[in-house]
Design a protein around this ligand. Structure first.
Ligand code: ADP
Ligand code: DP6
Ligand code: CO
Length: 321
């Protein structure tokens, strides 16, 4: 009747930015991510025959119809899939800014799919859960597993997440620089549709298999330089499709660009670090442990008022009782 799950967010090193099927959320490309320890969502799903309506509480606040629509449609879709009925209540808490390009939809739908499945005592594997999470938000597919995770392109059946290394023995960090945690104007779902009008979209897609293979090799050989260069390239390719879309758009803000330049400058000084940026203005800096404090002080010197969250590898989804 009731179950609670925790899922951590993940940030893609090779980006997902486009769907083959909008309803099923099957992707046009494979992607590869790092699950983070510092950001997560806790979600309780309750179904009870005494309930007279569906409700969704986010961070203790009851959400209106507009803000609940996506979640309600998702649960109705799952209920249909498993031949289930009945009203439900969802309580969710984001330990991550919502709709700001810090991947709240990834942890949110991974936690929701998992809590839903347990509350109905569905006997599902983690692979099944990754497929279920996918139909809520594409990036949620990968948050079922910890560490490095690949989400393979394919059809509804075959497009699932595969753990590459759930507990990497590597002091790799991601510093999340929170430039602006306000709600983005263009959701990820909308942005990735618009990006497909870019003349660079198809050429980017053609490179996907090769970029995934190169990233997997960088991970296997613990080659930080290769991993960082590829991650930065994938993010730049994605943001280039936004800038060259019709109409053109960007998630970058002035501080985003200042940080890009700072990271380039730090690299030229021998402080090795790379950036990745998602559908929002916030910048995530990839670095190894020995350089974290130098990078943080440089960011604080450049921008007074930004919060930096130090994240490393996080675990896969789990139940909270
Ligand atoms: P983000 O960059 O945060 O992933 P998206 O545009 O991909 O932003 O997704 C934001 C949407 O995800 C929200 O509008 C909401 O529908 C959904 N979402 C975020 N957090 C939760 C949550 N805890 N439970 C359910 N849905 C959520
Ligand atoms: C830029 O998974 O949030 O973060 O599938 O429409 O819910 P929907 O989109 P979402 O898109 C994430 C895009 C990205 C890159 C990535 O996570 O791979
Ligand atoms: Co998202």
């Amino acid at each position: 009747m009731e179950a609670t799950a925790r899922a951590h967010t993940n940030i893609a090193l090779i980006k997902y930015w486009g769907k083959k099927d909008t309803a099923l959320k099957t992707p046009l490309m494979s992607s590869l991510s790092m699950t983070l320890d510092a950001f997560y969502t806790d979600t309780t799903f309750i179904h009870d025959s005494n309930l007279t309506e569906d409700s969704f509480y986010l961070n203790k606040i009851k959400q209106n119809d507009n803000n609940s629509e996506r979640v309600f449609n998702y649960i109705h879709h799952l209920q249909k899939l498993f031949n289930l009925k009945g009203h439900f209540t969802i309580y969710s808490t984001n330990h991550v800014p919502t709709s700001a390009g810090l991947a709240s939809s990834a942890s949110a739908f991974a936690a929701l799919a998992t809590a839903f499945a347990k509350s109905y005592q569905l006997d599902l594997s983690l692979t099944d859960l990754s497929r279920l999470a996918r139909s809520g938000s594409g990036s949620a597919t990968r948050s079922i597993f910890g560490g490095f995770v690949k989400w393979i392109k394919g059809n509804d059946q075959t497009s699932i997440a595969v753990p590459i290394d759930q507990n990497p023995d590597w002091d790799l960090h991601m510093l999340a620089v929170e430039v602006n945690t306000g709600v983005k104007k263009i959701s990820s779902s909308k942005g990735m549709i618009q990006a497909q009008t870019s003349p660079f979209y198809l050429p980017w897609l053609e490179r996907n298999d090769e970029e995934i293979t190169m990233m997997e090799n960088a991970i296997k050989s613990k080659n930080f330089t290769k991993l960082g260069e590829l991650a930065e390239l994938s993010a730049n390719e994605m943001h280039a499709t936004n800038l060259t879309a019709t109409p053109s758009f960007t998630y970058f803000e002035p501080q985003t660009l200042k940080l890009i330049k700072l990271i380039q400058e730090l690299r030229s000084q021998g402080i090795e670090c790379y950036y990745t940026i998602d559908a929002g203005p916030n910048v995530k800096i990839l670095a190894q442990k020995n350089n974290l404090s130098a990078i943080s002080s440089a960011v604080h010197t450049l921008l007074d008022n930004v919060k930096i969250v130090d994240a490393s590898f996080g675990p896969g989804v789990k139940f909270l009782d």
